[in-house]
Design a protein around this ligand. Structure first.
Ligand code: AMP
Ligand code: MG
Length: 368
């Protein structure tokens, strides 16, 4: 890495000293090196919900294979949260590949079906991201993800030849979709897609819309540790979102202050298994190799107005690695900012975060 291109800064704020008095949203995840695999757990909004003003409402639910927490403030908070929970369950029925009856599962099975228009929208966004990221974000990796056992938790290490054979059927050339008719087709009959790298971000966008439709002006949600905020906290201050330390699952490595934005993290520790030789095999695949991406990063957090973009890019930039990820940001600085944590624990933030980022550790600012 060309770290000499960054300007080093030291934060004056000690992260943990302020945590007791603020809302901290930090995914409580199981890290590589511990036993077994684990999906992301709920963000810790409980203490805030119980100490908040009486006009707040919060609920936890399990959907899309992860724990979610939804909190809204003000009039209509309960109705907004309940409508949001129903919206999540509705979207799960469309997008979850592990529900046999979902639209995407039926597309994988039948190879050609009519999709609800919002599924076409998400599919088109995924295809666009594939193009924008030179294939780092690739929804056609589903057969590869299955081969590693991530869909069944019957983990295995596929042979190189098996992966090479599967990779012959990946890439977006095998997908066609037509927004005018709603028809989607997998023209390569061995192709299958998985929107798991983008759908929670789309869902959090839709939940924010539900909240706004109910007149809510202040809300915060965590979908398996992926956070999205509506407005500011009820007292007008910014939400403080803790980013998990990839090497210490119960701690935060830094805090981002934000309003009206998604803060979405991808990291190996969110889902993985340990091989017999002690190697950690995680769930973010390198489309070039069909194996878990070893890009020099241990987590990528994207901060953006758009949840779907933040989700897609957190996965894509993880695959790219630090240099390519920063170059990508340089081409799209208005769309998002990023926090990259390298496997040797360097923290790099993009320039847009400089006034809203705090960490007890040294960090580098890119692009100032
Ligand atoms: P995320 O947690 O948003 O990074 O998404 C990771 C999930 O996206 C994985 O569990 C897979 O279902 C899927 N996935 C893995 N690798 C990729 C990739 N390179 N591009 C798109 N989706 C991927
Ligand atoms: Mg993602």
């Amino acid at each position: 890495m060309k770290l000499h291109i960054f300007q080093s800064k030291q934060s004056a704020v000690f992260c943990y000293g302020v945590l007791a008095s603020i809302l901290l949203l930090c995914g409580l995840l199981t890290g590589c090196g511990q036993n077994g695999a684990s999906a992301a757990m709920a963000a810790d909004t409980t203490s805030q919900a119980t100490t908040a003003a009486s006009d707040s409402y919060s609920t936890d639910l399990f959907a899309m294979d992860t724990v979610m927490t939804l909190t809204a403030y003000g009039d209509n908070a309960q109705a907004a949260v309940e409508a949001s929970a129903a919206e999540i369950q509705r979207l799960e029925q469309i997008f979850s590949t592990n529900l046999e009856t979902s639209s995407i599962a039926r597309l994988n099975q039948n190879k050609e079906i009519q999709l609800p228009s919002e599924a076409i929208t998400v599919l088109q966004k995924a295809i666009q991201l594939y193009q924008d990221t030179d294939g780092a974000f690739d929804i056609t990796l589903y057969p590869v993800i299955k081969a590693w056992g991530f869909t069944t938790e019957s983990y295995r290490i596929p042979a190189l030849e098996e992966l090479q054979q599967l990779l012959q059927h990946t890439g977006i050339s095998g997908i066609q979709c037509d927004a005018s008719t709603g028809m989607a087709q997998l023209t390569d009959t061995q192709a299958e897609i998985d929107l798991g790298g983008i759908v929670k971000g789309y869902t959090s966008d839709q939940v924010m819309q539900q909240m706004a439709n109910h007149g809510v002006q202040s809300a915060v949600i965590s979908l398996g540790g992926n956070v999205q905020t509506l407005g500011t906290k009820p007292d007008g201050s910014l939400w403080r979102v803790g980013i998990q330390d990839p090497d210490a699952p119960d701690d935060c490595i830094c805090v981002v202050e934000t309003a009206n934005q998604a803060v979405i993290t991808s990291g190996p520790y969110q889902r993985y298994f340990i091989g017999e030789d002690g190697t950690c095999y995680h769930h973010i695949m390198d489309p070039q190799t069909g194996a878990p991406a070893e890009s020099g990063l241990s987590s990528v957090t994207i901060v953006s107005d758009s949840g779907i973009l933040a989700d897609g890019l957190s996965t894509a930039l993880f695959v790219m690695g630090p240099e390519q990820a920063l170059q990508y940001w340089k081409q799209h600085p208005a769309d998002f900012d990023a926090i990259l944590i390298t496997t040797d624990r360097q923290i790099i933030i993009t320039a847009g975060l400089v006034d809203c980022f705090q960490s007890e550790y040294d960090y580098y600012v890119f692009g100032e």
